[in-house]
Design a protein around this ligand. Sequence first.
Ligand code: ZN
Ligand code: ZN
Length: 364
Amino acid sequence: MPLKSDPRRERRDSLIRLLQQNKAQAIAITHLPNVRYLCGFTGSNALLLISARESILFTDPRYDIQAATESDVPVRVVRGVLWNDAAKEIRRRRIFRLALESDKVSHADWDAIGSHIGARAELLPVQGLVEALRAVKSSDEIEKIRRSVLLNSQALALTLPLLKPGMTELEVAAELDYRMRRLGAEGTAFETIVACGRRSALPHARPTSELLKNNRLLLIDMGASLEGYASDMTRVFHLGKPGRKVRALYDMVLEAQLAAIAAVRPGATCASVDLAARETLHRHRHAQFFTHSTGHGLGLEIHEGPRLGAKVESVLLPGMVVTIEPGVYLEGFGGIRIEDTVLVTETGVEVLTPSTKEFLEIAS
Ligand code: ZN
Ligand code: ZN
């Protein structure tokens, strides 16, 4: 009976085909999410050399046991700079065209690697090869993201009844983070954003000692990391009963978010999804207050491809998981963003985030 093939091996085979198109004999990967994706190793120091002949993972003695357990390629434990030993291997194998991820390797490292591998060898800058593979998730990865998304929503649901005026933004963030961990997350996928009142107009506000007060907006943007996979959700609440202006703003952003979700399907360009949100806000004369792109892919990293931006002409494919998160930010007043994690299916879209998008009131 044939064994179920290991996804990591298939990923490396796909990468090798991409390398051949780039006329490279091998690639050295040091970006840790890419290392994890390609061989399973989750440590913090790694160099993965991938070639058609054989791949090798270089790491240091702290990871001796862990690497042998996690990695499905042979491991070489070395002391000191991993590149020294990797370069010896590259010379020994007579690899003369080595690809490097030029957006991940510093200029100083690039020069050092060049001198290590010998004058005859050439370094080829490549970008986004592994990321392109990672953008389309396997069913196993989708399951992990689904669980991460559910956990994230549960953590919010468990925290909501505790929220009340007088708490600080930091306390709210701590309650959310605690519940994510209690529910089984390894941690948060990014620093939890809690922003009250005018501070909600800062799309990336860090929580402060600012107090939650009545008659203010409360924006929460949170994500869990579960089995390495991220989730990402933003919800906005109102402390006390919202007035007409703020409710109209909320409805407008929700309309834009639903329009963008409706535009998600295989074959649609990233730009068209962004445009759906932007046009809705434009009709309401608020497009100028929507200052970021509509969404981003997520997986082993919180921000990965594809980016749902105005100029991104690449198309969505089944298996991609992206966020849809339009927002409107009014300086001195506040901001509203609504964000779900969605899956591109064979025929359209599935919203993974189960949390309600009703404009909820937090009672005093
Ligand atoms: Zn978010
Ligand atoms: Zn996001």
